[in-house]
Design a protein around this ligand. Sequence first.
Ligand code: MRU
Length: 371
Amino acid sequence: MNIDGKRYRTIWPDPQNKSTVCIIDQRKLPHEFVIEQLASVEQTIVAIKDMHVRGAGLIGATAGFGMYLASLQAPDDHFADFMKESGDRLNRSRPTARNLKWAIDRVLKAMAEADHPEEKRAVAFSTACTIADEDAEFCKRLGFHGLEIIKQISRKKNNGTVNILTHCNAGWLAFVDYGSATAPIYAARDAGIDIHVWVDETRPWNQGAKLTTWELQQENIANTLITDNAGGHLMQHGMVDIVIVGTDRTTHTGDVANKIGTYLKALAAHDNNIPFYVALPSSTFDWTLDNGIEIPIEQRSGEEIKTISGVDENGKIVTVELTTRKTRASNYSFDVTPARLVTGLITERGIVKAEREAIHQLFPECGTSIE
Ligand code: MRU
């Protein structure tokens, strides 16, 4: 995607130094664009845990490169143990996004086929690059399939503006490129469809306010920031044609874990007969869980709710307190939208009902890894 007209991905191996990986530090956006270098698995864990990088697809891609960096640190005589332990530590960095474990397992599996540590390191690198390339390619395909839904709405409205509501950031910053929920939006723009995006601010980390609006601005897509509580009102007044969100983990039965507040949007959409779509590359499916309520839900520090950051009059990023210090706050970061509230899942292979049979039909190899 473009930043000031220049094309970027969200993660890439450093072309000058093969033992480092570059990321965009998302904590500083939209005010500062800072590229950070990762040189070890420890730095990768911090980057995921403290959300320098975030979003399911990008967490997976970063974990893939984290495994490569771990392989460079691994001593030849304890290679397998070191890699297993690094994978376990990376896997604990954030609990909800399925792509994390998926990417770690994929690198471990690929390395197991190679004989010597040096060969395994090369395999770790190529597998991490493949995970990143595939993430970008799959998101692009989500756009192709999701476009059909937006086209239909546009036709029904006699080419009038299609109003799309999205929650959090399931844009290119949450993946390697294109994004999941945003891929159909970019495809619709390219197809000349008149679109406008309502962006939920997404408290407390404000991914919508800080990241999604910025991303869409960079791509010249009309968008308006709204409070997290405004969606229901807009839906009641016919101001939303479709909701498209991302997901951090989707069960093979169609239940969807996404950023906290998604469930309430799905309820409001259902009550107002508004289609509610979830866009995901298949790396986000959890083929082991039948019931979304079993998905581990991350609880982050209450400090994220009690404080807010932005720039001061000198353009410096500052954090200020919203509450008294003794205020108790709990910060559930994700919720689960049951399959019955989901109109359809937009995947790289096409649009599918949020139902076990349909999902298994589209991904017949499920239960083993999707490669
Ligand atoms: O806590 P985050 O920012 O890593 O959460 C992820 C998200 O941005 C969303 O829930 C998103 O809609 C799904 S990730 C593609």
